[in-house]
Ligand binder design. Structure first.
Ligand code: LM2
Ligand code: CA
Length: 455
């Protein structure tokens, strides 16, 4: 297919939610590249509404005013370009959260972050009322019935002015925006609200791109709905929302032994998988940073398992769902310092960051040497490259020997130690000529060995 999937050995994406451009560039250089992340998903970069009356909520970004990159809450065009260069220099691709289904919600209109005047259905120089769907339903054109395909794609998502993506003019303008981003060097797009655009409209926009780009589409699966994630796979990858829910269910209410055949309905090579994202972490039924150790175990599983392309979430803490990231008095996002000022930086947690290295080291191998205790302790290998133990029991598992397919040698347990320059900051384990090693694993803890961390 004409899809440029993430190239090279590194395919793990991290969503640095709401980070400003300077901080993303630094993180690429200082952490993401060195630790093996393959790509970073950044928050929407286009001019957006500014809502001081709502305390500058994070969701300002999802109401575009224009496609200028000039003056968003996260930096200007020069800072954006510098970020892309810094990430590329570190071997990290940049994926843009592209909001192209709609423009702003109703209300009186105003001035966008870069100074553009606008009102609902009128964005001077870009779109006027004839460029929007006016679906004629429900009194206010809002989407109500998700069982109606026409309504979901032609009416308004929470009152946001819905672009007529069937029109050649609108497709050209959207492609113009994406091509501008490609000209600055970005590598692909998370296509926001894809379910609200017919797959054929996305294909028409994609055909206007100046060069191949990695595309992953946001199509939230809803039970029984007529629009399915599967119908978008011809355009590229799709975010698999069933994955995080099912994983949370197994960790919270079932047993880890059920993970033995874990997969979601989308084909593995079309699915982008994640424990949580900025929307689902504000709802229920998924694991988030607030689950601490259990969250680390779930991420470890995601990164060590074979299904899908993993996307790691990186959050800031919030007192209410609307609260924006740490910001100045004018709403500009301040620079990120991990683990201070509400920045949670899950992608830097030792287990999560080190399992990215594990994921890269075992790429191309299959799952083998599965063992479980019938309940909440599991262990499995990845070919002759890696071996993982997860114990979500409330008690330790002690004195057991584990059969791996690893070459004999001494390995760093990257669950508790970092491996650099040939040495391990944590415990090491010796695998014998038959592939066996013995270990104690504490309650709600784990152990991970791989050939990239052999001492
Ligand atoms: C998405 N994917 O399809 C984003 O992941 C999600 O975060 C976006 O919603 C949504 N689609 C639109 O791009 C967020 C946020 C909403 C917020 C919108 C627009 O979750 O709460 O809606 O962005 O900023 C807000 C108000 C809502 C109001 C709307 C329009 O919360 O009450 O609707 O603005 O004024 C009357
Ligand atoms: Ca639409």
């Amino acid at each position: 297919p004409a899809v440029a999937a993430p190239a090279g050995d590194r395919d793990v994406v991290v969503q640095l939610f709401q980070w400003n451009w300077t901080s993303v560039g630094k993180e690429c250089r200082d952490f993401l590249g060195p630790r093996g992340y393959g790509g970073v998903q950044i928050s929407p970069p286009q001019e957006h509404v500014v809502l001081p009356g709502n305390g500058y909520p994070w969701w300002q970004d999802y109401q575009p005013v224009s496609y200028r990159l000039d003056d968003t809450r996260r930096g200007d065009r020069a800072a954006f370009a510098a970020m892309v260069s810094a990430c590329h220099a570190a071997g990290v691709k940049v994926y843009v959260d592209a909001v192209v289904n709609h423009m702003t919600g109703g209300g009186s209109g105003g001035t966008g972050s870069a100074g553009s005047a606008y009102s609902h259905y009128d964005y001077p120089g870009i779109y006027q009322t004839q460029d929007f769907h006016h679906c004629g339903r429900n009194g206010n054109d809002d989407i109500v019935n998700y069982n109606d395909r026409y309504e979901v794609q032609n009416c308004e998502l929470v009152d946001l002015a819905d672009l007529d993506t069937g029109s050649g003019y609108v497709r050209d303008r959207i492609a113009g925006y994406l091509n501008d981003l490609l000209s600055v060097g970005v590598d692909g797009f998370r296509l926001d609200a894809s379910k609200h655009m017919p797959a054929a409209d996305i294909a028409a926009i994609k055909s206007r791109l100046s060069r191949p780009a990695y595309l992953y589409q946001e199509v939230i699966h809803g039970a029984g709905e007529p629009i399915t994630p599967e119908e978008y796979t011809g355009n590229g990858d799709v975010l698999e929302f069933r994955y995080g829910k099912d994983l949370a269910k197994i960790f919270n209410t079932e047993r880890l032994a059920y993970l033995r055949t874990f997969a979601s309905p989308l084909a593995s090579d079309r699915a982008v998988v994640f424990t949580d994202n900025h929307d689902t972490q504000r709802g229920s039924g998924v694991l988030t940073f607030r689950d601490n150790g259990r969250y680390a175990l779930a991420n470890a599983f995601m990164l060590a398992w074979t299904y899908g392309t993993p996307k790691v979430m990186s959050s800031y803490d919030y007192a209410s769902n609307d609260q924006g990231p740490p910001a100045t008095s004018t709403g500009r996002t301040t620079d990120t310092t991990c683990f201070t000022d509400r920045w949670r930086c899950e992608h830097r947690w030792q287990v999560i960051a080190n399992l990215v290295g594990f994921h890269n080291a075992v790429r191309g191998t299959t799952v083998g040497n599965w063992w479980d205790n019938g309940n909440d302790t599991i262990a499995f290998g990845r070919g002759a490259k890696g071996y993982l133990i997860l114990n979500d029991e409330t008690s330790a598992v002690t004195g057991r020997s584990y059969q791996t397919s690893l070459p004999a040698g001494t390995y760093c347990d990257v669950f508790h130690g970092d491996f650099a320059g040939g040495s391990c900051t944590g415990r090491t384990y010796t695998v014998d000529a038959g592939g066996w090693f013995t270990a104690d694993v504490a309650a709600r803890d784990g152990l991970a060995l791989h050939v990239g961390a052999k001492v």
